[in-house]
Design a protein around this ligand. Structure first.
Ligand code: FMN
Length: 176
């Protein structure tokens, strides 16, 4: 039987191809107090024992990448979860088009969790890899070529202030 005095059991799990989401996962994990575990999606068998799971992934192709969708569908239905997401878009753009695009991406992330109890969402910018930028540039598709152009302003993200914001998000979502 669970003792109400027991600390909350928390899992931090992530999927990251170029390391940005992993950096945010590390920051969140570091800031959490109590009974905590951190493992990648690939090592999770069940969320059964956790009171709260932080789930992290990058935005891909303007939405939720396959491995994240599969993870959420398989494991997160009926569970209390918090999302952390990285993307190449600026989080604080004054350009309404960029704002709308980011909002659309985040709405897709929330929608993917419609069967879970989503308690919070953190997002920040993550460096767009050189390899992807090269692929986009050689696509000859104007909208994709334009997207490659934002690589230079994504360099160094997530930065120290974004990682500090991730720590604050963790403390607020799961107070010690
Ligand atoms: C194949 C691919 C597609 C991407 N598509 C988008 C996108 O549609 N919107 C966006 O904001 N960022 C996009 N990005 C940028 C990533 O979301 C961003 O670089 C993220 O921080 C990568 O996280 P990771 O290092 O944990 O893999 C894409 C990156 C890759 C490699």
């Amino acid at each position: 039987m669970t003792n109400p005095a027991d600390p909350m059991k928390i899992l931090v799990t992530w999927y990251s191809e170029t390391g940005n989401t992993r950096k945010v996962a590390d920051a969140i994990f570091e800031a959490l107090a109590g009974d905590k575990t951190m493992i990648p999606f690939s090592e999770v068998e069940s969320l059964g024992v956790y009171d709260l799971t932080f789930i992290g992934f990058p935005v891909k192709r303007f939405g939720v990448p396959g491995p994240a969708r599969e993870f959420i569908t398989t494991h997160a239905a009926g569970k209390r979860i918090a999302l952390f997401v990285t993307h190449a878009m600026p989080s604080d753009s004054e350009d309404p088009q960029q704002q709308a695009l980011l909002e659309k991406e985040l709405a897709k992330c929330r929608a993917a969790c419609s069967k879970s109890e989503l308690v919070a969402l953190f997002h920040c910018r993550g460096e767009l890899s050189e390899q992807l930028a090269d692929e986009l540039r050689s696509s000859n598709i104007p909208v994709l070529m334009e997207f490659a152009g934002i690589r230079s302003v994504t360099l160094g993200h997530p930065d120290q202030s974004e990682l500090e914001a991730a720590r604050a998000f963790a403390r607020l979502t799961a107070p010690p």
